[in-house]
Design a protein. Sequence first.
Length: 342
Amino acid sequence: MIDQGQAWQAVKRRDRAFDGRFVTGVMSTGIYCRPSCAARHPLRENVRFFADGQSARAAGLRPCKRCLPDDVGRDEAAVMAAVDEIRRAEDAPTLAVLAQITGYSPTHFQKVFKRATGLSPAAYARALREERAREALSAGYSVTGAIYEAGYSSPSRFYDDTKGKLGMTASDWKDGGKGRTVHWSVIDTSLGSMLVAATEQGVCCLSFNEDEGDLARRFPEAELVEAGEEFRDLFRQVTAAVENPGQATLASIPLDVKGTAFQQRVWQALREIPAGETRSYGELAAALGNPKASRAVGGANGANNIAVLIPCHRVIAADGSLGGYAYGTQIKAELLEREKSR
Ligand SMILES: [Zn+2]
């Protein structure tokens, strides 16, 4: 049985990684929950932890109708079966098909899948195909060859899928962003000098105490120009997000990210950590459905070009200490402090 203090911390964080490892019995209401249940937290003095649903029921408790604590194993099996099907299928299977395979209703299955992977089944299928296309490209296929190799029915389908999300076409990936224009500016903030850069599609870089030279190292083939009037509004929004990190405006700032499907999942998971909260690499890996992937998660975190807007500062060391940060721990500590006191 898990340590009580650790269990209570997991409940307070609504940590999905602990689902299936114990259940939270609420003696005052007679109900037991998953550690991650979205319902309002009970008072600590009313809580008793049980190893599983069976022992909670033996103590006279009923399963919560909201988090369905007895379905953890079934949910995991359903997600694995769906991932298998998506990987195997020629065309991305519809939600209805996946629901039928797993025995859930489409809406419920969508929720279960998203909770486990951070993406809807359709977005997962798209990300998988994009990753395959990129792998084929780096293996030396032509752009068109890579597109078919990855399972797209036509090049236009590929461009439709990737447009807007990544802001870069397949040929850009192959030659390191050649032919692309990156507009940059260095702005004074209360955290120090901030380098911000964007393409027409969105912000592609945010860093501290860096200059044009650092930008050139990140985008070696792109054309770098000082940002003009047309980027003023966007950069003003970015500055506001840095001065008040964790505000709702974050989601409205378009990003132009360049990364593998796995990296994008990690970045998405980072954006889902509520402002004012932190996670360890291990917890993040578990939230992505693969507790053993914490080193890979660390690598994806480090490959992130966009500080603050993809909040990699919310990842701390497993022992609860601050851990490292690309732009120095002082900035990291300040960002977390601002989010906490928001
Ligand atoms: Zn519950």
